[in-house]
Design a protein. Structure first.
Length: 108
């Protein structure tokens, strides 16, 4: 008996099929900080305009969906974990003992 699991089965657990609650909070906080900065620092020059818009741009970049991962924030977390956490991976390889033997399989 074989079961087929759809590739997008986890999308139904996400908001709008792409975002977690934390992603939306992060995005909303970036937009809120940008609005406050636009009110406090008037964008008179290119530098101040970039400075005002930087929180929204950074938060939007972090929650940007990416294939094979959830978003950019998850990729950064995985890269950080890969380079900082010491893990030992034991490679078994392919050997005679691990081969699948059809004659020993029980048919129902």
């Amino acid at each position: 008996m074989k079961f087929l699991i759809p590739a997008n089965s986890k999308k139904s657990m996400l908001i709008f099929g792409a975002f977690t609650t934390f992603d939306l909070i992060l995005f909303a906080s970036g937009i809120a900080i940008t609005i406050v900065l636009l009110l406090i620092i008037a964008p008179n020059s290119l530098f101040t305009a970039i400075l005002d818009l930087l929180p929204a741009v950074i938060c939007s970049f972090l929650v940007l969906p990416v294939p094979n991962y959830h978003n950019i924030r998850v990729i950064i977390q995985e890269l950080y974990r890969f380079y900082t956490v010491r893990e030992k991976f034991i490679w078994k390889g392919w050997c005679v003992k691990d081969e699948f033997d059809e004659s020993k399989q029980v048919h129902k």
